[in-house]
Write a protein that binds this ligand. Structure first.
Ligand code: PLP
Length: 220
């Protein structure tokens, strides 16, 4: 199947109110162009240099999401154009995004990345670290950062019960934070969860944004 056929099929199966982020990391710009010509406008990349190169080569109306681990010293390279950073996972990173947002006279939307998987390796705040981060309130003074929701990755497993449990945890943390801190902020609305192997379960559990690579572009 072509990239276009995969995108068309996803448009039919994914609910309209769930955003599809086409994860194009490690794939060449020509493949992104093919997806773009099929109407896809939101793409996710996980490496800063690769994202910057592709952003320069490809159409201006693409919304670029950054979905990987983000080093503070690289924020300045993506700050002028990035549409959403999915991987806010520390106060120091928040302060750097705030600084670069101010420099570029932009408000940069970010998702708080939460660690909900069983594996030790996945990054993100633990639920308690995130509670402390929000309670401390430094984010309230960051007028160039807009906290737009949460992001998480489930364990790499075939066990559907476990996947469901982890997605439910992420959704319940979203609800907790919404109720405690963001009741008056309609922009706090995204739950970025679900990848090629688990997105149908993620959608059943309340995902608003799925990050799909392999199912659109094939193996990396
Ligand atoms: C690579 C990646 C994806 C896409 O994974 P697929 O299994 O290819 O759909 C989604 N989210 C993050 C954070 C990634 O790094």
């Amino acid at each position: 199947m072509s990239i276009r056929a995969h995108i068309d099929a996803l448009r039919k199966s994914v609910p309209q109110d769930v955003t599809i982020v086409a994860v194009s990391k490690f794939h060449p710009s020509a493949m992104i162009r093919e997806a773009y010509d099929s109407g896809q406008r939101t793409f996710g990349e996980s490496r800063v240099q690769e994202l910057v190169t592709k952003q320069q080569e490809l159409p201006e109306d693409i919304q670029w999401h950054f979905i990987g681990g983000l080093q503070r010293n690289k924020v300045k390279q993506i700050a002028p154009f990035v549409s959403l950073i999915h991987s806010l996972d520390s106060e120091r990173l928040l302060l750097e995004i705030e600084k670069q947002g101010a420099t570029n006279d932009r408000i940069i939307p970010c998702l708080i990345q939460l660690h909900v998987a069983e594996e030790e390796t996945k990054s993100g705040f633990s639920p308690d670290e995130c509670r402390q981060f929000l309670a401390k309130g430094v984010w309230r003074e960051c007028s160039h950062v807009q906290i737009a929701g949460v992001m998480g990755m489930a364990t790499f497993t075939e066990n559907k019960t476990q996947l469901r449990t982890e997605f439910r945890l992420l959704k319940s943390l979203f609800e907790e934070f919404k109720t405690t801190y963001f009741t008056k902020e309609p922009d706090f609305k995204e739950i970025s969860m679900g990848m090629s192997g688990d997105y149908t379960i993620a959608i059943e559990e309340g995902s608003t944004m799925v990050r799909l690579g392999t199912i659109i572009f094939g193996e990396r």
